[in-house]
Design a protein around this ligand. Structure first.
Ligand code: HEC
Length: 174
């Protein structure tokens, strides 16, 4: 009986460990379904904050806007962390093709996979930059600070672009 319990508890520990870290994270569905849509929400609120002179003003935003911003930033941060912490990032599940796959300057899924596998640490650093900028949005939302929101919106653009230029369309004329 005693041994039975030992075996059971080590089995449970094994199951828990297997759950803690998914061995593979699929990038494409995460980009499409989470990162792109949450970024759109973050940028929408950022744009709404702009007054007629193009300056960020908290007077343009309601409490609901700030709540929406915080929610999107939280989801973005979680997505970024899941990329940064994944034991292995896999570009796409079998049968799923990239947007505009084969367009000039754009790497194929196989090439992107090779770029990531060659440099998983650098890829994770780009994902951490996405988590950092998500924190910037969270801070802006917590203090209802429109200037900080404007800064985070501009930085978000750069963070997406920096990773895409390096891993998605490295041969695009600059
Ligand atoms: C850590 C690197 C990284 C960051 C940061 C990143 N992306 Fe991506 N993204 C990629 C790679 C690599 C691809 C190409 C492979 C693919 O489509 O999954 C991609 C593809 C995409 C696609 C196309 C998906 C498809 O259908 O093929 C969209 C949309 C996208 N990213 C949006 C964004 C936005 C918006 C941001 C910033 C908020 C962002 N990404 C930040 C790496 C990144």
């Amino acid at each position: 009986m005693k041994y039975g319990w030992v075996a059971l508890s080590s089995l449970l520990a094994f199951v828990a460990a297997a759950h803690a870290a998914d061995p593979e994270l699929f990038l494409l569905p995460l980009m499409k379904d989470t990162v792109a849509s949450q970024a759109q929400m973050l940028w929408d609120v950022g744009n709404k904050a702009l007054d007629d002179d193009g300056n960020a003003s908290s007077a343009k935003l309601t409490a609901a806007d700030w709540t929406k911003l915080a929610g999107a930033a939280q989801k973005m941060k979680a997505a970024a962390a899941s990329i940064a912490n994944a034991p292995r990032v896999v570009v796409a599940p079998a049968g799923m093709t990239l947007q505009d796959e084969g367009a000039p300057g754009q790497a194929t899924a196989r090439q992107i996979q090779a770029f990531i596998d060659d440099n998983p640490k650098d890829f994770a650093d780009h994902a951490r930059a996405l988590a950092d900028v998500s924190d910037g949005f969270l801070r802006a939302a917590a203090s209802k600070d429109a200037t900080a929101l404007g800064d985070a919106s501009a930085r978000l653009d750069e963070v997406c672009e920096a990773c895409h230029v390096r891993y998605w369309y490295p041969d695009q004329p600059k």
